[in-house]
Structure formats: C-alpha cells, structure tokens
Design a protein around this ligand. Sequence first.
Ligand code: ATP
Length: 355
Amino acid sequence: MTAPVELVAITRDFGATRALDGVSLGLSAGEFAVLLGPSGCGKTTLLGILGGFLAPSAGHVLIGGQDVTALPPARRPTTTVFQDYALFPHMSVAQNVAFGLRMRGMRRLARMARADEMLALVGLQGAGTRRPHELSGGQRQRVALARALAVEPDVLLLDEPLGALDLKLRRQMQDELKSIQRRVGTTFVHVTHDQEEAMAIADRIVVMNGGRIEDEGTPQRVYLRPRSRFTAAFMGEINLVPARVGGAGDGHLLLETALGPVRLALKGDLSAVQPGARLALGIRPEHLRPDEAGLRIPGTVIETIFSGTHQRVRLQPSPAGPPLVAHLPQGARVAPGEAITLAFDPAAAVLLPEA
Ligand code: ATP
C-alpha cells in the first residue's frame, strides 16, 4: 500500500530552539525520499512529526490527502524503523515480524503465513524460529524492516536504519532496501547524514540545514546542479572559484575568474544579472581532467593521494587562482612539483552565490 505525503509549513520549537522552521514538502505515492543533512538540522524531528511521535508547533501533515496532524502513531498509516531496530528479545523472529498483525487481531495461522512471506521478502526465509540475539546486525535490520512492512503501511519511515552497520554491509543493505521498496511500492522516507547513501537509494533527496529545506530534487540534480553553496559542499567535494560577471547576453554569461575568462551558457532570463556581480564557479573534482576540451588550467601539482577508484590531486593553478582538487584516473602518473595542464568543460560547472 502506498500514499502521497504532504507537509505544510511545519514548525517545531523545543523551548528556545527552533528545530524546524516552516518546512513544506510534497512526496508522491511510491517515492523513495531521503532526508539528508548534518547533525542537528532537524531530520529526526521531521520524521517524528510524520510518524506522530512529536506534534508540530505549527503546520499540518497530510497522508493520502487526510490531515493526520492530530492522530497518534497507531492511528496513522505509517510505521517506523528505528536505528536500534527495537526487536523484542524474548520473541522469535517470526513473532517479532507478526507482532503488529497480532495487535490488529489477525488470526495466528494467517499472521504466521504473512510473517513467512515478509521474511522471504527480506531474504530471511527459514529464520523465523530463531531469536534476535542469534542474528547478525544486518539480519536484525532485515527483521525490523519485515516487521514494519508486515502491517502494509502506506508510508514507511526509516530513522538512520543502516547507521549501525559496517560500510560493506551498509552498501549491500542500501541495494536491498531500494529493491524491496520497488517491489512493495510503499512511500519510503529515510533519514541519513551520509550523502553517498542518499544518492544510492533516493528518488528524491531533501537536503536540510538549520531546520529548513535547503534543496530538493533527484540525486543527479542535487549533485550536479546544487541550488546553494551548502548543498554543493554537503553533496561531495567541490572547487569554488571566485568569479565576477563581465557581461551577459545571447544566453551566455561572461565571467572573469582567476583561471581566465569563462563563457557559461545559461537557461532563463539573464537580464537580472548585474555586470560586476560577484559569484562563485563550482567545479566538481571529477570534471577537471587532463583530456577534457574546454578551459585549460596549467598548474603545478601540490600533492597526490591514491584513493582506490581515483587519484586525488591538489593543483596550484598558474599564474593565479585558488588551489584546486582534481580526481584523475587511477593510473595517472603525476608527482608533486610536476607541471600539468587540466581542463574543464564550463557546461559541467555550476554557478553559486559568492558566499
Ligand atoms: P542527528 O543527525 O544528530 O540525529 P537531526 O538532524 O536528526 O540530528 P534533530 O534531532 O531533529 O536533528 O534535532 C534538531 C534540533 O532540535 C537540534 O538543535 C536538537 O538539539 C533540537 N532537539 C531535538 N530534540 C529535542 C528535545 N527533545 N529537546 C530539546 N531540543 C531538541
């Protein structure tokens, strides 16, 4: 089962702390949304308000078009998977999964059949008679997921569900979570502060900062075309080169930068762009390449670090400009002190506010 979600102007105060400040967000039925942001930005508070564990100080929560703001968790079409899984240690795995169904009065045989079905969905067929302490962290996580999905919520809320797992298992569970979500079609709202995790699983990433939504969109859009410096930097490494508008017209913006003049093709109305305005040009490290056509940047290598999938190279451009970080292919042979020329395609760069 599945439903759209609408958050309307949600504010939440804890004493003098404003944890959420007028958050509005609409999610389609069946969407996998990820709330992403640094510690303290309000993600958990927003999830708690969606699940009914916290009341907003102002604003409304609508699920499937129904205003559920005043409803307690048990009367909402939501279930929550917490980071610590909260499994009942004295119950078997199958009893854990069937717990919510028992609360709803489903008969024993029917609920045990459903528990088996749910355990198969999460790849734990045959584990129903075991106790939670006999399972690994990843398996316990799957049981928590099976238990939450057993009651067929319209919306599943996941609070850092993979936080306790090691990196390899975390990546594996991300793939599984995504494929389970596709199969069940339930709307998922997942909280994390790991941008790689967000990109791996989300249909839509909602970037939060200081109790507000900073940016939201597909992983591609939010990574490649971030709407703010905060989003640009939070989504991964980025070079920010100061730029001054030299002129605009004909769908292009002419920028003066320490790396040289840059001509950017831009969509939309450029009449509001004032010559002399100060901006920043954002260039992702993987867009600086030795073989790229575009603006050429000669410089001297400051240092190189082998990072497995790529070489992370710091470059001092000449004659001027801030040090830049480039991700060069794994096999690139460059050494500190060496003179190299990198280049970037202005179409891959993103224009951001100066500060
Ligand atoms: P984390 O990733 O660390 O869990 P978060 O993004 O989930 O962080 P929240 O837990 O939602 O952030 O907290 C948002 C703000 O509200 C923080 O400043 C936090 O200190 C404050 N806050 C949250 N819960 C309470 C509470 N029960 N009492 C007082 N302040 C709170």
